[in-house]
Ligand binder design. Structure first.
Ligand code: CMP
Length: 144
């Protein structure tokens, strides 16, 4: 099915100069960029994004990490993109992420894993609405 997903380059990706490389991998796959911004997210905004992880031992360090610098939240669209983009991103833990994936190739710490991607249609819908207003989502008049 044609789907949209929320993908965010985390502060380590920005600091390490990997924005172009990460965007290129998604573009070359054939996914379509629908929205993108470059922002410092507030603590409250990030806590709400990671609401499901509240109470876990990595929650506070996670929020501190994601608010430590600018992030690149994006919306991408394509056939089965939720599963497909997660396979390009690789496992949450970079130690076991397969080489060839973004995390498998470019990082080593679960607490600095470069990128976030929605795991389900419902979380994608929720996360897109949390980070973007409807009028920030682009429309294409040509076939792409
Ligand atoms: P993400 O896909 O954004 O979803 C939750 C994030 O929590 C995860 O990527 C990691 O950045 C972070 N995290 C930190 N420690 C852990 C851990 N032990 N297990 C899972 N996620 C972790």
């Amino acid at each position: 099915a044609r789907e949209r997903t929320f993908i965010m380059i985390k502060p380590d990706g920005v600091q390490r100069g990997l924005v172009g490389e990460i965007v290129a991998r998604l573009e070359k796959k054939g996914y379509k960029l629908i929205a993108m911004k470059f922002v410092n997210a507030s603590k409250e905004h990030v806590e709400a994004h990671y609401e499901d992880h509240r109470g876990k031992k990595f929650f506070d360090p996670l929020v501190e990490y994601i608010t430590s610098g600018p992030v690149v939240p994006m919306v991408w669209e394509g056939t089965n993109i939720i599963e497909g983009s997660r396979s390009i991103i690789g496992a949450t833990n970079p130690t076991t992420a397969t080489p060839g994936t973004i995390r498998g190739d470019l990082c080593i710490e679960v607490g600095r894993n470069l990128i976030h991607g929605s795991d389900l249609v419902e979380s994608a819908t929720k996360e897109i609405a949390h980070w973007f207003k409807e009028d920030e989502l682009a429309t294409y008049s040509h076939v792409a």
